[in-house]
Every structure is written in C-alpha cells, then in structure tokens.
Design a protein around this ligand. Structure first.
Ligand SMILES: O=C(O)CCC(=O)C(=O)O
Ligand SMILES: [Fe+2]
Length: 234
C-alpha cells in the first residue's frame, strides 16, 4: 500500500473488529496535496520514514528545549529550541535568554528547506535561504494559540515540517484570529508552506492527537520545525 493511504498505526485490513480483508473508510481516505488558501500548501507525507527518523535524531541532538516566557507573564506549553537566531517574543536575538550562543543553523537544513519549498511551489527554490529554525516539542497537552509569524524582516515563506503525533493545525486569514480558517490534520512527515498572500496569516495548533505517531519513529509527542528567513544581517 502506498504511503499516505492509511493512518499511521492502523493495520491494513480488519482493524476495529471488521472482518479480515475489509478496510474501513477512514484508512482509505487519500490525503491529496492541497492549497489551503492562496500561498498556503499542505503536502502530506513529504518526508519518508527514513528522513523522518533522521530529522528526529537531529532534533534530539539540539540542546536546551525550553518553554518560552511571554511578556504578558504567560508561559508557552511547547518547548522550543532555536537555531541560527533566538526567537524572543517578539524579536530575534543573537543570544539565548541566558546569554549563551544560539546553535548554528546547519546547511543541510537550508537544503531541506529549498527542497521543501520547491516541492510545495512546483518550481526550483534555489534563492530560498532560511537562516532560522524554531523547533517545537509538543507533549500530549501542548498547543499553540493563533498567532502570526511576523518577527522576520523578510517576506520569504515559512516551511513547516511535522514529526511524531498528528495535530490539528488551524490556518486562518491575515486579518484576525477568527473565521474564516481551515483545520488541517498534520501528520508525521507532512510539509506545510505558507508564503505570498498567506505569509502573515494567523495560525495555531489546537491540539495534538496523542498516540498517533508510528512507534517505529521512536518519538513520544510531536515535533515541528519551522524554517524562516530572518532578513537580519549576521
Ligand atoms: O507546530 C506547528 O505546526 C506550528 C508552529 C508555529 O506556528 C510556530 O512555531 O510559529
Ligand atoms: Fe507560527
């Protein structure tokens, strides 16, 4: 069976008490690539199992996942590590909150970002040079409120890669946090790109779907990487 035609963890044929050999309608639902709004593209199953595993390993290697404190006194429920530049709400800094240096943004990740953007846009993306990544870890209860990614000074697209548990990703409009929006299930290996007229759209993670990750990935919870172009000079 081709990748993406059934849910992670679902057995081909005969789960949920159905007779062997029958496949439930949920497992058969195809997940086609889809433009959610102009400039926002969801590409299901873009990363295969091996690439997902390698990216999870890379995420394990980065040190210092922390819950970000917001100026209003709140603390985010996701734990984040930044590469290239440190995102401090609401700006980018060369150093982390404790003054320590930010881990470098690796060239292989920029290459992956160019490949991702080329896939989403259907044309080469050689002029895309992401220099920031926010790597977010979601445990079973973490979520992220509706927000815009607007601390970058470049209009270049955001490339988002998801690993592990699925989530309900809400993608909205550029005006406000409310409707119209579309809820998209992001699964492990999915690519989501937002650029052009969708670059400043509000978006957020309503919830994760604990236990939906393929156990073979060896990840409890969800990781999301967003690659961005800071527009800042080093
Ligand atoms: O986890 C996600 O899918 C989205 C993350 C996000 O919006 C962000 O880091 O700004
Ligand atoms: Fe965001």
């Amino acid at each position: 069976m081709a990748r993406g035609t059934r849910r992670r963890g679902a057995r081909p044929g005969g789960s949920c008490g159905r007779p062997p050999g029958t496949i439930g309608p949920v497992e058969l639902l195809p997940r086609p690539r889809r433009e959610i709004t102009p400039g926002a593209v969801h590409v299901p199953d873009w990363l295969g199992p091996e690439e997902q595993r390698a990216l999870v390993e890379a995420c394990r290697g980065w040190r210092g996942y922390r819950a970000t404190r917001l100026p209003g006194g709140g603390v985010m429920s996701v734990r984040t590590v930044c590469l290239g530049w440190q995102w401090l709400p609401y700006r980018y800094s060369r150093t982390r909150e404790d003054g320590s240096p930010v881990q470098p943004f690796p060239e292989w990740l920029a290459d992956l970002g160019r490949r991702a953007l080329a896939e989403a846009n259907g044309r080469p993306a050689d002029d895309y040079h992401p220099d920031v990544a926010l790597v977010n870890y979601y445990d079973a209860t973490a979520k992220m409120g509706m927000h815009q990614d607007k601390d970058e000074r470049s209009p270049d697209p955001v490339v988002s890669l998801s690993l592990g548990d699925s989530c309900v990703f809400r993608f909205g409009n550029t005006e406000h946090r409310n409707r119209p929006y579309t809820d998209v299930e992001l699964q492990s290996g999915d690519l989501f790109v937002f650029g052009g007229p969708a670059r400043l759209a509000f978006h957020g993670v309503q919830k994760t779907l604990p236990g939906t990750a393929d156990p073979a990935l060896g990840l409890t919870g969800r990781l999301n990487l967003t690659l961005r172009v800071s527009g800042l000079a080093r």
